[in-house]
Design a protein. Sequence first.
Length: 371
Amino acid sequence: MTRVCYQVNFQRQFGGGEVYTAFVARALQQLGWRSRLFVHPEARFWGSLDLGATELIPVAGHADIAPHLTPGSPLLCHAPGDEARALTGRGHPVTCFAHMPPQGRKAASYAGFDRVLPVSGYVRHGLLDAGITNVHDEALYGVADLNRPVSNGPLRRGPLFDWDQRKGRDRLLGATEPLWGRLLPRPGYRKQPGFLTLAIVSRITTIKQFPLLFSILAPILAREEKLRLEIFGSGGYASMRDLRRALAPVANRVGWWGHQRDVASIYRNVDYVLTGLPEREALGLNVIEAQACGTPVLAVDAPPFTETVVDGAGGFLYRDPRQDQGAAFATLLERIADPAARPDPLAHPQHLARFSAEAFRARLCRVLDTL
């Protein structure tokens, strides 16, 4: 009899957690499990992801899950909280992925699950330090998942904003976007010859702390005349506004490209991928994806980036600019201005193997064995 494993993800906006859900779904099927996924009825993006033969089950919330369950089957939740925790004690092992570090947050939301699955060592240590005892004994990490439907045309500017339906302004702008959005130009992207091209490939969310980072780094970037910063990703109205303000010193050399599906083409057409600040970041799938495409990463020398980037091999780690006002980053810019300094992550397959689909399947298999 085929075993069944359920995932629970009620996010209405697409992000790294949804990419993570997709490669968990495929790994389950490759391990011989039937994959079923509970989603919110208003989440329209699941059809754009490679979920294999996963059955999507739209339900309004956690309270509506029980009638759909096969007795004894495990549930993998992708967000903590009281509603998810209420699924425990009903004859089903209930686990919860920890997609966010508990450092600086209330970790109690992870208590009470049969098992908590940290996505990095940084997250795992934070949970243990916070007194959460039901933590799995190894980090799950992730996969460089680039299996997303893409168009065959050139990269063009996509949607710049993620509208928060809880805010009146965002509801109004989101409802009228189909009208005014058509008036916006949609230029195609191509790498500018003769320029060192740094790229952000990420949703512009508060956890990345991009405005704070560039409040220090933008004046340094402005001194480098042969440098461009290309931003591939959308964000909330306030997040995008604050980032534009922080980048004012270098505004004439910043490209805004919005949300993109073909991230593999992005990585292969930039020189380096630049991360945000580290402490609110749990893993950074974009860091893993970039290296799998042969593109090195520039990241602050701190967890979780020290788990995913080998300094000098997969990219370069530099001192937190809040500690030295960007002095180490400025020195690094001088170094990487020489194309010969660019490392090749593909020359280090042993490190990349840690984030392969095969390695992830093995770690997930050990989780399922313990359940």
